[in-house]
Design a protein around this ligand. Structure first.
Ligand code: ATP
Length: 243
């Protein structure tokens, strides 16, 4: 699978007059990749993910999703992408099932496929019994699970997630990793940020490390890590680039 799903070319984002949050960052995510994006607090991960998903304008560079420019063809990009921010802000006045149907309508998911997928993922994340309740009554973890089911409902080619494992119970985190593998085996791609290096090391076939807006290491996980743990490499690389 060497189809390019996401291509970031020389991305630069400046907040205000001179806060360069992302600085000339380029990387590619291919079909089948589970791509982990790691870096310290404030390194520029969320900014990059928001630029990729078209919710944040950027100052220079280009981003292509499935061959379409996020700037020039945002609808084509968004129709094949699912984005789960670190704190999903869902419609609190809808019930879980109303929200999922709303997502299904937006992405044109056929009714039969929709109920099949809702049932599969709601059972998997043990939230089926709660879907009739208002989202406003959901816990943080339940909202996250609902956002994940909404994302999976339209079988996106690219899933972009910001810290997806924070706040999930251990079983849900395990299931999410299984789902990542399943959808990537079927030709989709995942690009996600995480601070959990252990997860990144075990789950991701590719890793990128960002520091102060700059990409300082990227590639196959095994190559990035060499014979060391990802944690040691991460700390070493940060130290070397801080000098
Ligand atoms: P964390 O791991 O803490 O979530 P991050 O790697 O996701 O961090 P970003 O949120 O992308 O980092 O922030 C990158 C830099 O840009 C930080 O210095 C942050 O203070 C700054 N920044 C982010 N959003 C804004 C904004 N709206 N206005 C000004 N500066 C911002």
């Amino acid at each position: 699978m060497n189809q390019k799903i996401l291509e970031i070319q020389h991305l630069t984002k400046i907040y205000g007059k001179d806060k360069k949050a992302v600085d000339d960052l380029s990387l590619c995510v291919y079909a089948g990749d589970i791509y982990g994006f790691i870096g310290q607090n404030g390194a520029g991960k969320t900014t990059t993910l928001r630029a990729v998903t078209g919710v944040l304008e950027f100052d220079a560079g280009e981003i292509f999703i499935d061959g379409h420019s996020i700037r020039k063809e945002p609808v084509a990009c968004k129709s094949v992408t699912a984005y789960i921010p670190d704190n999903p802000d869902l419609y609190e006045f809808l019930t879980g099932v109303q929200y999922l149907n709303y997502i299904g309508d937006i992405f044109g998911v056929k009714k039969s496929l929709r109920s099949e997928r809702i049932q599969k993922y709601a059972d998997m994340f043990r939230i089926a019994g709660d879907l009739g309740s208002l989202i406003g009554s959901f816990s943080h973890g339940m909202k996250q699970k609902l956002a994940i089911i909404g994302a999976l409902l339209h079988a996106p080619k690219l899933m972009v997630l910001d810290e997806p494992f924070v706040g999930l119970d251990p079983e849900a985190a395990f299931k999410l990793k299984q789902v990542f593998r399943e959808i990537c085996d079927n030709g989709s791609a995942i690009f996600f940020s995480t601070h959990v290096l252990d997860v990144a090391e075990k789950l991701c076939n590719k890793i990128a490390i960002i520091q102060s807006g700059k990409l300082i290491a990227d590639g196959e996980t095994e190559t990035v890590r060499g014979n060391e743990s990802l944690e040691s490499v991460f700390l070493e690389v940060l130290e070397n680039h801080a000098r």
